[in-house]
Design a protein around this ligand. Structure first.
Ligand code: ATP
Length: 479
């Protein structure tokens, strides 16, 4: 083993303004250490002498402003790609950050609101990576911006088919990105918490009755909010593309903007720090309308278009003058993913929700099978099948149908589907606009005994809510 390891050790000497890019192939682990100098991964600084582990599927760039020496140890086999690139758009990205920081300073002085930035572009241009970079640079200066992730295909705040928001108070973890920042509510679900109340009224506590609370305490509690400032806000959408139900997507974006505004009204630091809004790659036709709707809902001041002149020109034409539209190039390091790889990445994300990030090949958390009687649950799908206008009741539009709660009878058709546990206590409440408390997967349905078995992130015998919303996504609990 020692000999094998030795064989797989590589040292990379990086000059200033260059980056080491690598992808970790299936069943491999890469152990990385910075021996000299200074380097960062998507805006988070590396600590000299600390060993970082990257598991299969990771696509990483270590950038250095001043030069550094890296040791790259391939534990099981070779990485698919590892090379040093001298051409990067990092200077442009850091200049963008500097301009945003000036806007924050001005907001502080003038007692106004900080910059609200939306990042748009086709798929695989590095939108999520640029969001992470801008958030990390802001957090490194002591800011606390809100990260709003509207990418239902490959979002980072919770699992796919949801939209989420998170206050970013410290740079993302090098290996785990934002997952560590979130309390275990959504990432691992060990505590299940109503973040709706947290974001809207700020009176919530870490746990609500009948749930256990678990939270990584990394900083002293906030004077006004206790520990809840860390909590993410997540809404159920149910599909991995906004085009599947544009009416619902728009409704959720508007609701998210409303709640984020309440948060900003309440916390001055967050208001001054502003927002970074990540979007999906749907930019044509209905996708473009949806981007305009998002820009309007969040009243964005800056739109960064990555790598698409046409979209840049369209937005310049259609946005009001006070919105700055900027075109930035994509990094040559951004890795393109096909449909298959995107779907695999979604599976990995759901697995991480239940099992946590692997450390040294071992899971960090374990979900629990829980039996629940049919009678304790109300299961719904959002959106009834489209009917021609002539068949609809007077005054009803086809899109209203897309926002309808349609009851589902438990049977084998719902097996292996992922569900959101909704925070509404009754179907008379506005269920669609209530946040998610956590997620479960239905693993068996016993019609005779009228019992359902779910895979739950919490060991509690019951669920914290009785309303379950089905997702298109399925999850098979096999390694
Ligand atoms: P999508 O539209 O699917 O959400 P995106 O535009 O948000 O995609 P990213 O998710 O930011 O794109 O990037 C795609 C992949 O490329 C990610 O796995 C990311 O880690 C990787 N990546 C981004 N920049 C670099 C880089 N400079 N070097 C190596 N890998 C990179």
């Amino acid at each position: 083993m020692a000999q094998d390891e030795k064989k797989n050790v590589e040292e990379y000497k990086l000059d200033a303004d260059s980056e080491l890019r690598f992808e970790v192939e299936a069943h491999a682990t890469v152990q990385l250490e910075m021996l000299e100098g200074m380097g960062e991964v998507f805006g988070t600084e590396l600590t000299k002498g600390k060993t970082y582990m990257f598991e299969q599927g990771a696509k990483v760039a270590v950038f250095t402003w001043h030069g550094c020496l890296l040791k790259d140890l391939l534990l099981s086999c070779r990485t698919e790609v590892a090379y040093v690139a001298k051409e990067t758009p990092m200077v442009m990205y850091v200049n963008t950050h500097a301009a945003l920081e000036q806007m924050r300073e001005k907001a502080e002085k003038d007692d106004t609101r900080g910059p609200r930035v939306m990042i748009v572009g086709p798929t695989d241009v590095g939108k999520s990576t640029l969001s992470r970079l801008l958030l990390n640079y802001a957090a490194r200066l002591g800011r606390a911006p809100i990260f709003v992730d509207l990418d239902v295909g490959q979002g980072q705040v919770s699992i796919p088919a949801t939209i989420g928001a998170l206050v970013v108070e410290r740079p993302a973890d090098v290996e785990e990105a934002y997952i560590l920042n979130a309390p275990l509510v959504f990432s691992y679900g060990h505590s299940i918490l109503s973040t709706y109340s947290v974001f809207s009224t700020f009176q919530g506590q870490v746990s609500i009755p009948a749930t256990i609370g678990a939270l990584v305490v990394e900083r002293p509690a906030d004077v006004e909010e206790g520990y809840i400032l860390n909590a993410p806000l997540v809404f159920h959408y149910g599909h991995s593309s906004p085009s599947a139900n544009p009416s619902l997507y728009k409704l959720l974006v508007s609701r998210m903007a409303e709640v984020v505004n309440m948060k900003c009204d309440k916390i001055r630091k967050t208001s001054v720090s502003g927002l970074v809004i990540n979007t999906g790659g749907w930019i044509k036709g209905g996708g473009y309308d949806s981007l305009k709707h998002t820009a309007g809902s969040f009243e964005v001041d800056v739109i960064i278009v990555l790598d698409q002149e046409r979209l840049y020109n369209e937005l310049k034409r259609d946005m009001p003058d006070f919105v700055k539209v900027i075109l930035l190039p994509k990094s040559g390091g951004v890795v393109e993913r096909n449909q298959h790889q995107r779907s695999d990445a979604r599976d990995v994300r759901i697995r991480e929700y239940f099992y946590g990030i692997k450390h040294n090949g071992k899971d960090s958390f374990f979900p629990h099978p829980i039996e629940i009687p049919f009678s304790d649950l109300k299961i719904f799908k959002i959106g009834a099948p489209a009917l021609p206008d002539s068949c609809l009741p007077l005054g009803m539009k086809a899109q209203d149908n897309k926002l309808k709660l349609v009851p589902i009878q438990p049977d084998i058709r719902i097996l292996h589907h992922v569900f959101s546990v909704n925070s509404a206590t009754s179907t008379d409440d506005n269920v669609l606009e209530h946040n998610v408390l956590g997620h479960v997967v239905i693993t068996s349905v016993d019609s005779e005994k009228q019992m359902i078995t779910v895979l739950s992130p919490s060991p509690n015998p019951g669920l914290p809510g009785s309303i379950l919303l089905i997702m298109d996504l399925q999850f098979m609990d096999i390694e």
